[in-house]
Design a protein. Structure first.
Length: 574
């Protein structure tokens, strides 16, 4: 299409490129080699989370160049910029994980500020690691300029002695090593082959879960989120995304036309159908919040309750993201869900067509077993379940994909930090049948709501994954498996019941009924609450302290500002 017919009369870039008063602004653009014709075109922000921190992000700058070529081919002017990423696999298991969820807000805020400060007219955002995906989508919905999301792609699986492995296997190998099941040489061999390429963690952990969400919610082009990072076809998706965003400007199709209540329900559906990360129950409410839509943990859980689990993906299943892409990709999954009434087909997408129209020519692939037909699922209910009870009045979440036992009851063993629990697990200072409780790790109490993969993986490596339960007001990695309940709210730091329980209190979890209870009366909980005192964290300055001052509950997405419902102007309309 020819973007030269697009008038700047209502586009944000008119504030920096149009009229005599903007001559100084244009002089800066000339200094970077832009022509008068390029300055007169729509300015498209191409934001990436590129860095050298991890393989998730390492290819994003290269992929951004293909996006820029697509924008230019459609007569737009691309302006590339980067934002931060904190990579969970490297931040995991130490104080660095406190930065992870905070980074989601910083990503959204920094993209907003760059777009606002330079008055860009549209946004193409590339993301790779866990929090960068929702952070980028949050920025798109907040700004509400025409936007397309691009996932950098998954890593290829490693090969270890004839079997596929992922980074999850390395974390679990640490647990095996701690009990002498494997030695130093074998641990070294595993760590050196688990991650053989660029790309995000390969199974249905948080990054691939949110990538699946991006297609289902309508912000990414069909098939684009499934192609692994090393595949050359990624450049075709990137180029096409650059071209397509210019069409969205011409048609004035914006993120809030796409991210509706129905689209959020579609997103929750694919999370559950793939046995996706419990972190989606944190990120979907946060994305909804940017649009001014109330869609909290219980709304997400209501979708999970009625969604079949149909994709046999790790960590609960057999396959990785590359396998699903080669079987037919995310559209194959969505097609069978749509055909059997689990998706809203009338939702607008970045193609300019509805989800149902995008699915018209998707054919079922009988020669694969990665994705089951929705009427012949692995299990009838979803791979993720919401819980509620006197231990979690504001809810909690558990991934049940691949689990056979969905009920657990046992005495509590309480820890006031992840480090305390990990030390106890490493030293085998716990017993079969116990419920390990990690508290003061919530959004405010952590601060930062850390993931507990190091601890849960160590339990599995010791052969105890199915013999204990673990609950926390923090989070679990998408790679976590076993009876692990996260997002328990209210969190301990604000006086939630999880902060009141003591060693030996009996906790009962029922993922069939969706309940989590501690065997204490209301009167006893109230009595304990009277003697409870708020704890001071060791973060009394800096970005993590600042986050703790404004962050809300996990139930609502752990957000840090009032959201779309409270805004008095929209950036896209300045």
């Amino acid at each position: 299409m020819d973007a030269r017919v697009i008038s700047k009369a209502k586009l944000p870039s008119r504030h920096v490129t149009v009229g005599p008063a903007r001559a100084p602004h244009r002089s800066y653009l000339y200094a970077m080699g832009l022509s008068a014709a390029e300055i007169a075109q729509p300015l498209v922000g191409v934001a990436s989370c590129w860095n050298e921190a991890a393989p998730c992000n390492i290819s994003l700058m290269r992929q951004a160049q293909a996006v820029k070529k697509g924008v230019a081919a459609a007569n737009g002017t691309p302006r590339e910029f980067c934002t931060i990423t904190v990579t969970d696999g490297i931040a995991m298991g130490h104080q660095g994980m406190k930065s992870s969820l905070v980074s989601r807000e910083v990503i959204a805020d920094s993209v907003e500020l760059t777009m606002r400060g330079h008055c860009y007219d549209a946004l193409v955002g590339l993301a790779g690691c866990d929090k960068s995906l929702p952070g980028m989508m949050m920025a798109m919905v907040r700004l509400n300029v025409p936007s397309i999301f691009i996932y950098g792609g998954s890593i290829l699986p490693g090969s270890y002695r004839g079997r596929q492995i992922t980074v999850q296997d390395v974390f679990e190998a640490v647990g095996q090593h701690s009990v002498g099941t494997i030695g130093d040489a074998e641990l070294l061999e595993i760590e050196q082959v688990a991650c053989p390429s660029a790309g995000s963690c390969g199974a249905q952990f948080t990054a691939n879960t949110m990538a699946t969400v991006a297609e289902a919610i309508g912000l990414a082009l069909p098939y684009s989120c499934g192609a692994p990072a090393p595949y050359e076809m990624r450049d075709r998706f990137n180029f096409a995304s650059g071209e397509k965003v210019m069409e969205l400007i011409a048609k004035n199709i914006r993120p809030r036309d796409i991210v509706t209540r129905k689209a959020l329900e579609n997103a929750a559906t694919v999370v559950s159908a793939t046995g996706g990360s419990t972190n989606a129950a944190l990120h979907l409410p946060a994305i909804a919040h940017e649009a001014g839509i109330k869609f909290d943990l219980f709304d997400v859980a209501a979708i999970f309750e009625k969604t079949p689990y149909i994709a046999d993906l790790k960590p609960g299943g057999k396959y990785v993201a590359k396998d699903m892409f080669e079987a037919g990709g995310i559209p194959l999954l969505m097609k069978t869900l749509l055909d059997h009434g689990y998706l809203h087909g009338d939702c607008m997408t970045v193609t300019g067509r509805t989800l149902a129209e995008n699915m018209e020519h998707v054919s079922w692939n009988d020669s694969q077993d990665v994705v089951r037909p929705a009427n012949r699922p692995i299990t009838k209910t979803g791979g993720v379940v919401g819980l509620k009870g006197n231990l979690a009045p504001e809810g909690a979440i558990v991934k049940v994909a691949g689990m056979s036992e969905l009920k657990f009851s046992g005495p509590a063993r309480c820890f006031d930090s992840e480090e305390e629990c990990f030390e106890a697990v490493t030293q085998r200072n716990y017993r079969e049948g116990e419920v390990l409780v990690i508290r003061y790790e919530g959004p405010r109490g952590g601060p930062g709501m850390r993931e507990m993969l190091s601890t849960t993986a160590a339990l599995y490596g010791q052969g105890m994954g199915g013999k204990v339960a673990l609950i926390t007001d923090g989070r679990f990695s998408g790679a976590t498996r076993g009876f692990c309940i996260g997002h328990v709210g209210p969190e301990a730091a604000v006086g939630g019941p999880i902060g009141l329980i003591k060693n030996g209190d009996v906790i009962s979890i029922d993922a069939v009924k969706g309940t989590i209870e501690v065997a204490l009366s209301d009167a006893e909980l109230a009595a304990r609450a009277k003697s409870w005192k708020a704890r001071k964290t060791d973060y009394q300055s800096g970005a993590i302290w600042k986050y703790a001052q404004t962050v809300g509950s996990a139930r609502d997405g752990a957000v840090t500002h009032p959201g779309g419902a409270k805004e008095t102007h929209c950036y896209a309309d300045i």
